[in-house]
Write a protein that binds this ligand. Structure first.
Ligand code: GLC
Ligand code: CA
Length: 526
């Protein structure tokens, strides 16, 4: 791999949930023109790529993750011209665009599915996973939907069941059908030809299911879905050759990237999907799921690096559109100190960092108070034990005007009440804000190849309170010390003269003083 800057390895990827980033036509839903209008902000932070959650036509049962046409833009987000403009304007700022491909299932409103359920001899019938009932009328096997209930939905006209891992409005495609496979691979070409730089593959390891539709064995768990070993409905071996085909397509274009969302996979399995003839990267959920403890973060990083070693470059994330935001998980009230440490960790450990929109502001989840307010159907199903994923999907907080500058109209989800203080405008003006802190670290990172592609060596000194490590690249060495605790600590600097990359102060053979939640980034002077 090149020693020069490589965007997907050395850069930073920023995830935008398009419904909630910026609404340009004031209908309460974010759109592409809105994103275009905020590209200067993204350039100013210093990101290198945007991962857009799905922007394709969708009835929005699962807010874009139920696609009704893979080769068009949903009118609520804009037009194909808007998208082309986004690509061009982003490119102008050296920002790459990554699309989110949801190829495991379509919407039940997709013309293919509508055809598929017309009759069992319709040419599209076999594009989905239709099965006859058992002789007693029961579903074909014991598979469950992760969003609740059996994964099989009965169609009384056809007298068959179709399979859906997610909502019943998201029928799973039959990837063993060569026409499906052909059509899907064509989707990659379609968007690459438009100039996108890569893809995030939604639940890619669920594309194939057991061809014999065998029952999953049981295990202990609370929900029906969790009471099964998922050995027949995900992670089937056919995924490997398919990834090779996908990668071959990507490799026909310059500097492209594909990152997969591994569904219900451990670190090792996740790593196994990455490599020169597979995915560039996949998401390791273990890192994001840690509780606030430096040793735990370190362990999951070490495990991730070891599993990937020799295969692929790592990547890391702490937030996305499916989970409670970083700051809501780790911070107390509106205190941002832990969110700053988390951001510094994400941006300095080895691996491409993924930032979820608003994470740079320390945005918190909005509270979901009533079942009737819930937009994400899974939150209604499991209310009140699980309130769904609306919390982390609230409008971006741009300024202190009504609706936080996101829109002039009431948005599809409420703005967090902390927006008056916590917004881009206020934080830009405040030198102590998390936004300015994140920008500073990104600037430091941009200047230091060691922080981008350098190796990673942990330093075990006070593993209950400190996360300390070096990043080395050629003769350059950078030391990062993160205080995860509210205590003042000391740390004996290794030999040499160290320059703080925050303020250029030099320190030598010293006992470094580390304030509560302080972050030190020091470079060895040669
Ligand atoms: C992925 C997405 C999630 C979606 C699901 C079904 O897990 O991240 O938002 O609901 O796939 O497409
Ligand atoms: Ca809009």
């Amino acid at each position: 791999m090149t020693d020069e800057f490589l965007w997907w390895r050395d850069g930073i990827i920023y995830q935008i949930y398009p419904r909630s980033f910026m609404d340009a036509n004031d209908d309460g839903i974010g759109d592409l023109k809105g994103i275009i209008s905020r590209l200067d902000y993204l350039e100013d932070i210093g990101i290198d790529a945007i991962w857009l959650s799905p922007i394709f036509p969708s009835p929005d049962v699962d807010f874009g993750y139920d696609v009704a046409n893979y080769k068009d833009i949903d009118p609520k987000f804009g037009t194909m011209e808007d998208f082309e403009q986004l690509i061009a304007e982003a490119k102008h700022r050296k920002i790459h665009i990554i699309l989110d491909l949801v190829l495991n299932h379509t919407s039940d409103q997709h013309p293919w599915f509508i055809e598929s359920k017309k009759s069992t001899d319709n040419p599209y019938h076999d594009w989905y996973l239709w099965q006859d009932p058992k002789p007693n009328g029961d579903p074909p096997n014991n598979w469950q939907s992760i969003f609740g209930g059996p994964a099989w939905e009965y169609d009384p006209d056809l007298r068959q069941y179709y399979y859906h891992m997610f909502y019943k409005e998201q029928p799973d495609l039959n990837w063993r059908n060569p026409d499906v496979r052909h059509e899907m691979l064509d989707v990659f070409h379609f968007w690459l030809d438009k100039g996108v730089a890569g893809f995030r593959l939604d639940v890619f390891n669920a594309y194939f299911k057991d061809p014999e539709f065998r029952d999953n064995p049981s295990k202990f768990g609370i929900r029906a879905f969790d009471r099964q070993e998922h050995i027949y409905d995900v992670s089937q071996p056919e995924m490997m050759p398919l990834l090779k085909n996908i990668r071959e397509i990507l490799d026909q274009y310059d500097q492209t990237y594909v990152v997969g969302e591994t569904f219900m996979a451990d670190t090792e399995q996740t790593a196994n999907y990455c490599g020169d003839d597979k995915l560039h990267a996949a998401f390791n959920f273990k890192f994001a799921e840690n509780r606030w403890h430096p040793k735990r973060f370190l362990n999951s990083l070490t495990e991730w690096y070891q599993s990937l070693s020799g295969y692929a470059w790592p990547n890391n994330f702490l937030s996305n559109h499916d989970m409670t935001r970083t700051a809501s998980r780790y911070c107390f009230g509106e205190d941002d100190r832990r969110a700053k440490v988390a951001a510094a960790m994400l941006l300095t450990v080895k691996g491409t960092p993924f930032i979820y929109y608003g994470e740079e502001l320390g945005m918190r989840d909005i509270p979901i108070r009533k079942r009737s307010d819930v937009k994400d159907p899974v939150g209604k199903t499991y209310w009140p034990n699980f309130k769904g994923r609306d919390g982390c999907r609230a409008p971006m907080q741009w300024n202190d005007k009504e609706y936080s500058g996101f829109s002039e109209t009431e948005p599809w989800l409420p703005v967090h009440s902390n927006f008056v203080e916590r917004n881009v405008k206020t934080q830009t003006a405040d030198p102590e804000s998390i936004l300015n802190f994140v920008k500073t670290i990104i600037r430091i990172r941009k200047n230091e190849p060691a922080l981008q592609r350098g190796d990673f060596t942990p330093i075990i000194t006070d593993p209950r309170h400190l996360l300390a490590f070096t990043r080395g690249f050629g003769t350059e060495k950078i030391l990062v010390v993160l205080n995860f605790s509210s205590r003042e600590l000391t740390y004996q600097l290794p030999d040499g003269t160290w320059v703080s990359l925050f303020d250029n102060q030099t320190t030598e053979n010293e006992l470094l003083k580390i304030n509560p939640y302080q972050v030190h980034i020091l470079k060895l002077k040669d």
